[in-house]
Design a protein around this ligand. Structure first.
Ligand SMILES: [Zn+2]
Length: 76
Protein backbone atom coordinates (compact mmCIF):
# COMPACT_ATOMS: atom_id res chain seq x y z
CA UNK A 1 0.00 0.00 0.00
CA UNK A 2 1.57 3.32 -1.01
CA UNK A 3 2.09 6.17 1.42
CA UNK A 4 1.17 9.71 0.49
CA UNK A 5 2.35 12.77 2.33
CA UNK A 6 0.03 15.70 2.81
CA UNK A 7 0.41 19.14 4.33
CA UNK A 8 -2.38 20.91 6.17
CA UNK A 9 -2.68 24.47 4.91
CA UNK A 10 -4.31 25.56 8.16
CA UNK A 11 -1.69 24.45 10.69
CA UNK A 12 1.23 23.45 8.46
CA UNK A 13 1.14 19.93 9.79
CA UNK A 14 2.63 17.19 7.68
CA UNK A 15 1.02 13.78 7.86
CA UNK A 16 0.94 10.59 5.90
CA UNK A 17 -1.98 8.75 4.42
CA UNK A 18 -1.61 5.08 3.63
CA UNK A 19 -4.16 4.07 1.05
CA UNK A 20 -4.49 2.75 -2.44
CA UNK A 21 -4.05 5.14 -5.35
CA UNK A 22 -7.71 4.91 -6.33
CA UNK A 23 -8.90 5.40 -2.77
CA UNK A 24 -6.54 8.35 -2.30
CA UNK A 25 -7.97 10.04 -5.40
CA UNK A 26 -11.51 9.43 -4.22
CA UNK A 27 -10.78 10.76 -0.74
CA UNK A 28 -9.16 13.87 -2.21
CA UNK A 29 -12.24 14.56 -4.31
CA UNK A 30 -14.54 13.98 -1.35
CA UNK A 31 -12.33 16.05 0.98
CA UNK A 32 -12.04 13.08 3.29
CA UNK A 33 -8.33 13.52 3.88
CA UNK A 34 -8.26 15.17 7.26
CA UNK A 35 -5.38 16.79 9.13
CA UNK A 36 -4.43 14.68 12.11
CA UNK A 37 -3.66 17.75 14.22
CA UNK A 38 -6.48 20.21 13.62
CA UNK A 39 -9.03 18.16 11.73
CA UNK A 40 -8.95 20.54 8.78
CA UNK A 41 -9.61 19.30 5.28
CA UNK A 42 -7.76 22.06 3.44
CA UNK A 43 -4.76 19.91 2.63
CA UNK A 44 -2.39 19.54 -0.27
CA UNK A 45 -0.35 16.59 -1.31
CA UNK A 46 3.39 16.88 -0.88
CA UNK A 47 5.52 15.37 -3.58
CA UNK A 48 9.10 14.40 -3.09
CA UNK A 49 11.20 14.85 0.01
CA UNK A 50 10.92 11.28 1.10
CA UNK A 51 9.80 8.04 -0.37
CA UNK A 52 9.28 4.57 0.94
CA UNK A 53 9.45 3.25 -2.58
CA UNK A 54 12.96 4.46 -3.39
CA UNK A 55 15.45 5.14 -0.65
CA UNK A 56 17.66 6.95 -3.12
CA UNK A 57 15.26 9.88 -3.37
CA UNK A 58 15.75 10.76 0.30
CA UNK A 59 19.29 11.87 -0.26
CA UNK A 60 20.15 15.00 -2.19
CA UNK A 61 20.72 14.52 -5.85
CA UNK A 62 23.37 17.20 -6.31
CA UNK A 63 26.01 14.65 -7.16
CA UNK A 64 24.21 13.49 -10.24
CA UNK A 65 23.14 16.93 -11.40
CA UNK A 66 19.59 16.60 -10.16
CA UNK A 67 17.25 19.10 -8.58
CA UNK A 68 19.68 20.44 -5.99
CA UNK A 69 22.67 20.56 -8.28
CA UNK A 70 22.24 24.02 -9.68
CA UNK A 71 21.33 25.88 -6.51
CA UNK A 72 18.22 27.26 -8.18
CA UNK A 73 15.81 25.42 -5.97
CA UNK A 74 15.29 25.58 -2.22
CA UNK A 75 15.23 21.91 -1.46
CA UNK A 76 18.02 20.42 0.57
ZN1 LIG B 1 -4.09 21.04 10.44
Amino acid sequence: MPTYEFRCKACDNYFEVVTSMAEKARRELEHEIVCERCGGTDVEQVFGGFSILSGASVKGSAADGGCCGGGACSCS
